[in-house]
Design a protein around this ligand. Structure first.
Ligand SMILES: Nc1ncnc2c1ncn2[C@@H]1O[C@H](COP(=O)(O)OP(=O)(O)O)[C@@H](O)[C@H]1O
Ligand SMILES: [Mg+2]
Length: 330
């Protein structure tokens, strides 16, 4: 299996370089790693880079979002279910630890694990033996563990929110990702990188970043880090007319850039409004699907991740036919 092309960690700041050096070292080992960093700072991307940069790269990379997993499902998700164990278990299902055998199990948002789930995980991590739900049979797997947390786990231990023994199991190695505001120069690079990606994705010409927008972007704190920047660029890329990306939806701040960068294919003009509406529709749908996937179907969580009010977010889902019985989705 070759590494997916989306594992490209863009950045040139000192803080980014420091993290990359640490990442390479961590990838060379098979010990458990704890990746810490604010939301959107690139923890999942770094986890993939560790997996695809190490000797398990030919094996699977299996992510699990612990924050979206209710206590009642943790064992069946991790260890699988044998048919008939519950009234509703009509089929046997392999668990994630078996699926990740020979590869990496990525436990995202471990800081959200309940006390019960922490015990379950700790028991498994001791020797990687486990019992599928509904059996008395012990099975063994072989996974590398990468865990990620949005807040320093160390600080949760004295407050009895995280078990110290589990922390030590997870944190043999650590990788700390700096927030975007501490990565000088990276905002420019990342924004251009994302513009290139969206231009390719939508088959539209690239845009240049307006000078005062660039100044604004450099001074803004980006509390949602790279994810917030990516989503912002995505939206502005689609909403700004002409060849400039600005922080107002449609303003053109200066002269049009070079014609080859600013003008679409010949004959595109008459259909422009329709093309734009279609691009926005595609963006919204694509965005909603992605954020729902990241939130594992939990609408409240997805709304929070999108920084949107819950009801407005629900309306958007309805508009795109993605609101499958909101109550069931959370
Ligand atoms: N250094 C980077 N270069 C390019 N894209 C990045 C980088 N860091 C993060 N991203 C992108 O930003 C988004 C958020 O990253 P993610 O790894 O999901 O963050 P986290 O897990 O810390 O919340 C993803 O779409 C990811 O591809
Ligand atoms: Mg994440």
């Amino acid at each position: 299996m070759s590494p997916p092309s989306n594992v490209q960690l863009v950045g040139a700041s000192t803080a980014h370089h420091r993290a990359l050096v640490q990442l390479e070292r961590v990838a060379a080992s098979e010990a458990p790693v704890l990746v810490e960093g604010e939301t959107g700072s690139g923890k999942e991307m770094a986890a993939r880079a560790i997996h695809y940069g190490g000797c398990r790269r030919a094996g699977p990379f299996v992510p699990l979002n612990c924050g979206a997993l209710p206590d009642s499902l943790i064992e069946s998700e991790l260890f699988g279910v044998e048919r008939g164990a519950f009234t509703d278990a009509r089929r046997s299902r392999r668990g994630l630890v078996a699926e990740a055998a020979g590869g990496t199990l990525f436990l995202d948002e471990v800081d959200a694990l309940s006390a019960k789930a922490q015990v379950t995980l700790l028991r498994f991590l001791q020797d990687q033996w486990y019992r599928p739900v509904g059996t008395t049979r012990e099975e063994r797997t072989d996974v590398r563990l990468i865990a990620a947390a949005n807040r320093p786990l160390e600080q949760l231990v004295p407050r009895e929110l995280f078990r110290a023994d589990l922390l030590y199991r997870l944190k043999v190695l650590t990788l700390v990702l700096p927030p975007l505001r501490e990565r000088e120069g990276d905002v420019d690079l990342l924004a251009r990188h994302f513009i290139g990606q969206f231009a390719a994705k939508y088959g539209l010409p690239c845009k240049q970043i307006a000078p005062d927008t660039l100044r604004w972007m450099r001074s803004y704190a980006w509390p949602g880090n790279v994810r917030e920047l990516e989503n912002w660029v995505h939206r502005q890329f689609l909403m700004c007319d002409g060849g400039w990306l600005t922080h107002e939806a449609t303003a053109a701040p200066g002269p049009e850039p070079e014609p080859d960068a600013a003008v679409g294919p010949e004959g595109a003009t008459p259909a422009f409004q329709a093309a734009k509406a279609e691009a926005v529709r595609r963006f919204e749908r694509d965005y909603l699907e992605r954020v729902l996937e990241q939130a594992q179907g939990n609408v409240t969580r997805a709304a929070r991740m999108a920084c949107k009010e819950r009801r407005a977010f629900g309306k958007l889902l309805k508009k795109h036919g993605l609101a499958r019985g909101d109550a069931a989705l959370g």
